[in-house]
Design a binder for this molecule. Structure first.
Ligand SMILES: [Zn+2]
Length: 109
């Protein structure tokens, strides 16, 4: 069982992520409002860990908040200058691990 606080926190973060994705879609890639510290300190980064696999990352420069979204296709504002090499290496490592796991152990994320 989850406490109501936990659930409402999740819900708030979910709503914040939807808002971040919406800002990103509209071309706003810097100074997005952080759901945790409420500063306009979030920058958008992309990774392309594998052909046809894209991730959109939201990183806060103030409090360290970070969240990511998986993209089915290349994000509209994807640009090679915004590829975060470190995160991309991480995402690639996660994909490689997932490939060698048995199907029942595959993360649902
Ligand atoms: Zn923050």
């Amino acid at each position: 069982m989850q406490s109501e606080d936990e659930l409402s926190m999740r819900n708030e973060e979910y709503i914040a992520c939807v808002q971040l994705l919406r800002d990103c879609e509209s071309g706003k890639l810097d100074a997005l409002n952080c759901p945790r510290c409420h500063e306009d300190a979030i920058s958008v980064w992309f990774t392309n860990p594998k052909k046809g696999e894209y991730r959109t990352w939201f990183l806060c420069g103030k409090c360290g908040f970070q969240t990511r979204a998986q993209n089915e296709t290349q994000p509209r504002h994807f640009c090679p200058d915004r590829i975060h090499r470190e995160l991309e290496a991480n995402d690639r490592a996660i994909l490689n691990v997932a490939r060698f796991q048995k199907p029942e152990n595959t993360p649902q994320d």
